[in-house]
Design a protein around this ligand. Structure first.
Ligand SMILES: *Cc1c(COP(=O)(O)O)cnc(C)c1O
Length: 398
């Protein structure tokens, strides 16, 4: 998945353009910046490449989610339905705007189970936030129907699925808003960064102001800008945007390599009849950044993971069920509502109830799932060797 594997002269050239002028900020300094506007240029490239009307860069994917929620009017007491399997950033963003994360089960797509979403809707539900995990997509058709039926906002956390599509449209551009992360281990990177994409000019204008202290960005003199609402500083720097500009030009090449490598590794694992694969609602739209596979039982999966660890080949294979960052089971800080500052009673009560909630359906899936990260720089020989090694280990266990 990570674009950092193919970092090179193109990224250095873009960063150097910025270093030549010394204008590291994305706003203002119109004269000295000599026409260099990397953030603006990257935003334009994002709208072109992913087919959305508007894109606004942020300092991280987490900031992009927070910004999107604020711009969509999600706040104090609103419930946001999100999956039990995601990166911690998803609930961090919900909490940051005062809203309540309502975690529900995933299904064999490794993303929101539409039936669980429907069952969790209350009069306080404002938003459904699918997370397109591990390079592939949620069941967007079903989720869109639910959101339309109940007049809910659909916010896509597409941070891990840059380049993936659903029925020909890019993940992150299908809901009311969507986000990408450009952190260092994502499909394309800025070092740190993120973006909010939307087709709604009003949401976009709010994102634009919110990420820059509420500046309306209407005048030529930054100091004379008005502030129609309260914002924060979630700005990206020109240096980071410059890296992203070089990376987005390589995205098509990355996707071709990634899908090819993914398919080749998959052809090895497909030889084992006991292995099944993640269900992908639109297989043509899988970005291929991970190959996610299941064994029949938790015991077999744990034995395979242990054997891979013992033989030193676990690197790049993720057993999320035991992982501290991606699955509800290890989020004790969330379940105990451990925050540095006091939080609202509704948030606190909701978090404390998570420990009692039944996630057995998610457990039944995650305990049998391994995701293999696909490298861009593997050679065919390396993939064959890896595939043979994985097959041998799996066969020895089952
Ligand atoms: C990486 C990621 C984020 C947050 O991105 P950062 O840029 O690291 O803040 C949010 N959601 C998911 C699913 C992610 O993988």
């Amino acid at each position: 998945m990570p674009g950092f594997e193919l970092f090179g002269a193109e990224e250095r050239k873009e960063v150097n353009d910025v270093l030549e002028t010394g204008i590291l900020m994305r706003y203002g300094f119109d004269g000295p910046r000599k026409g260099i506007w990397k953030a603006k240029e990257l935003e334009h490239a994002i709208t072109e490449r992913f087919g959305c009307k508007h894109a606004h860069l942020t300092s991280s994917g987490t900031a992009a989610l927070t910004t999107a929620m604020s711009a969509l009017g999600i706040g104090m007491g609103d419930e946001v339905i999100m999956p039990s399997f995601t990166f911690v950033a998803s609930f961090e963003a919900v909490l940051s705007v005062g809203a309540i994360p309502v975690l529900v089960d995933i299904d064999d797509t490794l993303t929101l189970d539409p039936a669980a979403v429907e069952a969790a809707i209350t009069p306080k539900t404002k938003c459904v936030m699918p997370v397109h995990m591990c390079g592939s997509m949620a069941d967007l058709g079903a989720l869109l129907n639910i959101c339309n039926k109940h007049s809910l906002i659909l916010l896509e956390d597409a941070c891990q699925s840059i380049g993936g599509t659903y029925e020909g449209k890019h993940l992150g551009t299908i809901g009311h808003a969507g986000t990408f992360s450009f952190d260092f281990v994502k499909m394309i990177t800025c070092g740190e960064g993120g973006v909010v994409m939307t087709n709604d000019i009003d949401v976009h204008t709010k994102c634009d102001g919110y990420t820059d202290h509420g500046h309306d960005h209407l005048g030529v003199d930054r100091g004379a800008d008005l502030h129609p609402f309260i914002g924060y500083n979630f700005r990206i720097s020109e240096l980071h945007a410059a890296v992203g500009l070089a990376q987005i030009r390589k995205l098509d090449q990355f996707l071709v390599m990634q899908r090819k490598n993914n398919q080749l590794l998959r052809s090895h694992l497909e030889q084992i009849p006991e292995i099944s694969f993640r269900r992908v609602p639109d297989p043509a739209g899988d970005s291929g950044s991970f190959l996610s596979w299941f064994l029949p039982t938790e015991a077999q999966t744990k034995a395979v993971v242990d054997a891979m660890k013992a033989q030193g080949v676990l690197a790049g294979n993720f057993y999320w069920y035991d992982n501290n960052w991606h699955y509800i089971r290890k989020w004790q800080h969330l379940q105990n509502a451990t925050t540095l500052q006091p939080i609202g009673e509704a948030q606190r009560t909701a978090l404390l109830s998570l420990a009692q909630q039944d996630f057995s359906k998610s457990d039944g899936i995650m305990s049998r799932c391994v995701s293999t990260a696909i490298s861009l720089v593997w050679t065919e020989e390396q993939i064959h060797a890896k595939g043979e090694q994985m097959k041998a280990i799996i066969r020895s266990v089952i």
